[in-house]
Design a protein around this ligand. Structure first.
Ligand SMILES: [Zn+2]
Length: 360
C-alpha cells in the first residue's frame, strides 16, 4: 500500500510511505537503533536543561546549539562502544530533529533515521507509529501531470460547519462526520485510560497499555478517513479549476478549544495540505491568502466593517454598497479578489499587495 505523506513535498517530488512487515531479527535491529537514537535525544534534552539552568543566573550566556550537540555526540561515540555500533547518520538526525522540535515546541519525535541515497530516491525514513507499526517512507522525483485548461477559478474559505465554502456551489465540502461517529468511542477509551493510569512510580498495567493502544488506533483511523475525503475533494477542485485562491489557515490546536473545534482544525489542515499537493502535482496555480480580515471585507466593493461579525451572524451585509450574501460565500469571494483572480475585477477593491503569497 502506498500513501503519499501528509507533509508537503518539494515541487516535482512525491513522498511514498509503506507499512513494513519486519522479521524478528530486523525488529531487534530497529529497536536497538531506536534505543541509541532515544539516548541521544535524551542527552540533548538534559544538556539543554542544564544550559537553561546555568543561564538563569549567569551574566555570560552559554549556548546549546547544533554545534555543541554535535560535539557532545562525537565525544559520546568515542567514549561508548555500544553507541558507535549504530550508524552516525540517524544519531545526527536525532540532533537535527531535536533542534527543529525545540523551535516548534513539540515533545515527541517519530523519525528514527534518514539515509541519503544516490539514485532517484533521495532519502528513506523508517519510523514506528503510536500503534506500534513500522513504516518506511521515501521521496521520488514525480513529473507534473498537467490537466486540460478549464478557464475557471475558485476561491476557498475554511470553516467549522463546512470544511470548505467555495465560490462554486458544486465544490463546497461539508464537515465530515468521522470525528463525531468515533468521538463517543474515543471518549470511552480516554476514560478507560484515565481509570487505568498507573500511580506515580508504578508500572503500567496491561489494561492501561491496551486502552492507550486502542485510542491511538482510533485516532489513526479518523486521520486516514479525513485524508481520504480531503484527497477526493482536492482532486475534483483541481480538475475543474485553473487557479485556486485559498485561505492560508493556521491550525489552532494549541488554543483552548472544544472537541468540535479541534476536529474542524484537523479536517481543515488535512484538506488544505491535500489541495496544495494536488494543485502542484497537476501544475495548477494555487495562491495562499493571508487570513486577516477576510470575514470583515466586502467582496463586492472592498469596504471593511469596523467590527468583526459575531459568529452567529451568517449573512454579510455591506453598509457601503448594500451587497448582501452568506458570510462564508463572501469570504470565499474575498480570497479570489485578494489573490487577484476575481474575474469581475471590481473597482475600489483592496489591492492584493503583501496579503497574498504564491504557494511555493
Ligand atoms: Zn460592499
Amino acid at each position: 500500500m502506498t500513501t503519499p505523506d501528509q507533509g508537503s513535498p518539494d515541487i516535482g517530488h512525491a513522498r511514498y510511505t509503506y507499512r513494513l512487515r519486519v522479521s524478528s531479527t530486523a525488529r531487534t535491529g530497529l529497536e536497538a537503533e531506536w534505543a541509541r537514537c532515544r539516548w541521544v535525544w535524551n542527552e540533548c534534552v538534559a544538556m539543554s536543561r542544564k544550559v537553561h539552568a546555568l543561564n538563569r543566573d549567569a551574566a555570560e550566556k552559554t549556548t546549546c546549539g547544533p554545534a555543541q550537540l554535535d560535539k557532545m555526540l562525537t565525544e559520546a561515540r568515542t567514549a561508548m562502544g555500544w553507541l558507535r555500533e549504530g550508524s552516525s547518520v540517524p544519531q545526527q538526525q536525532a540532533i537535527r530533529d531535536f533542534g527543529k522540535s525545540r523551535a516548534k515546541a513539540l515533545k515527541d519525535v517519530t523519525v528514527v533515521w534518514s539515509r541519503e541515497l544516490s539514485t532517484a530516491l533521495s532519502s528513506v525514513r523508517v519510523y514506528q507509529d503510536a500503534v506500534g507499526h513500522w513504516y518506511g517512507s521515501f521521496v521520488v522525483a514525480a513529473p507534473a501531470q498537467p490537466l486540460p485548461e478549464t478557464g475557471a477559478v475558485l476561491g476557498v474559505d475554511w470553516g467549522v460547519k463546512e470544511t470548505a465554502t467555495t465560490t462554486s456551489d458544486a465544490h463546497n465540502l461539508p464537515h465530515p462526520q468521522h470525528g463525531r461517529n468515533t468521538a463517543q468511542r474515543l471518549a470511552c477509551y480516554q476514560r478507560m485510560t484515565a481509570r487505568r493510569k498507573p500511580a506515580k512510580g508504578q508500572a503500567a498495567s496491561r489494561g492501561y497499555r491496551q486502552a492507550r493502544k486502542q485510542t491511538a488506533k482510533l485516532h489513526k483511523k479518523v486521520a486516514r478517513q479525513r485524508q481520504d475525503t480531503a484527497r477526493k475533494w482536492a482532486k475534483r477542485v483541481v480538475r475543474d479549476h485553473d487557479a485556486i485562491a485559498v485561505e492560508d489557515f493556521r491550525p489552532r490546536f494549541l488554543a483552548k478549544t472544544t472537541m468540535a473545534r479541534k476536529a474542524a482544525d484537523a479536517a481543515i489542515g488535512a484538506t488544505k495540505r491535500a489541495l496544495i499537493e494536488m494543485a502542484r502535482k497537476h501544475g495548477r496555480d494555487i495562491r495562499l491568502v493571508h487570513p486577516a480580515h477576510t470575514t470583515m471585507d466586502c467582496a463586492t466593493c472592498g469596504a471593511r466593517t469596523k467590527h468583526a461579525l459575531p459568529l452567529a451572524e451568517r449573512t454579510y451585509t455591506c453598509t457601503a454598497c448594500g451587497a448582501s450574501s452568506p458570510r462564508d460565500k463572501n469570504s470565499a469571494r474575498v480570497m479570489l479578489v485578494r489573490a487577484g483572480l476575481d474575474p469581475a475585477g471590481a473597482e475600489g477593491v483592496r489591492p492584493p499587495g503583501p496579503l497574498v503569497r504564491e504557494a511555493a
